[in-house]
Design a protein. Sequence first.
Length: 368
Amino acid sequence: MLKLLSQVLQNSWYLVAEMAPYLMLGFCAAALLQLLIRPEWVRKQLGNKTLGSIIKAALLGVPMPLCSCSVIPVSASLRKSGASKGATASFLSSTPQTGVDSILATYALMGGFFTLVRVLVAFISGLACGLLVELCSKSRRATATSSPLIGNLQAVHPSEASGHRGRLGQPKRRHIQSDSKGGWRQALQHGFITLPADLSRALGIGILIAGIITTLIPDSWLSESWGSGWLGFLLATAISMPLYICATASIPMAYALLTAGLSPGATLVFLIAGPATNTTTIAAAWNMLGQKATLIYAASLICVAWLSGWAFNASLSLDASRSRIHLHEATAPLWWQHLSGAVFVGLLILASWRVKRSTPKKSCCQQA
């Protein structure tokens, strides 16, 4: 038993050491994004109910380092600030799939080819979700405006229709603008305290599960039964959808499933469906977008994930795909990986302690 536990911890540590340098670089990039991208600018870009807003929402969502939990209040704020249902759905679907930290972590374990495919699919899925949800919303608005009374009500701006709502909105906008002027201090706080604290628990659980899978499941075991074809896609979807896990924490689990024999396409399905269609995100979308739009959101994401997985497997043979994915392993010196891993773990512990000390409430990921 002790030998098995030691092997699990050793395999988990190897994943930490491999990912740590790239995650640290991702935290730096997240701090820079926090400094450069202003909330009021995002609201301005996504406020129009046009195709351009949907495309911008997908483009903004891909690099933003927001996990499955923190993207929910941001999307709700965008929706309340005037973003269309299509732009909100596009942002809500593309953002949790990737981020600068998860992009670099994917590169660390799976190489540039898989990383490029993952980023491209995140953008395509956000675009598809946004377009389909907006088309659904337009058809419903067209039906609703057939009534003169409802049409007159819709012509009134929400802040004009309710003075109470308008008064509540003003302090919030002033608060966001004041926060955006904090400069480098707030950016570094976000990149090296808030973000690591939000990731710490989910990432730790994901790495531990990956270590268990790597230890207990022999290499290529899944390929003999469930790993390939549509059965692999079904397995990846069934595992990922109930999980409340962020884009970065899902990477070590996906890597472990890949080494256990899951096809690259099914692994891609796991990385798409897990962060973007977990039960909490679906519940939030139901509240923000409505029942019909949420069903379209979930169905379009799964369809894009399966089609992308099929195209990924079809583009190369499975053996060739795996060799290209694994090609990036062990490129950094071993001592550097272990040192980076130790610094990274220390940062997670320090960030979690700082956040816990500063507020009685737990971070969003720790509440899950």
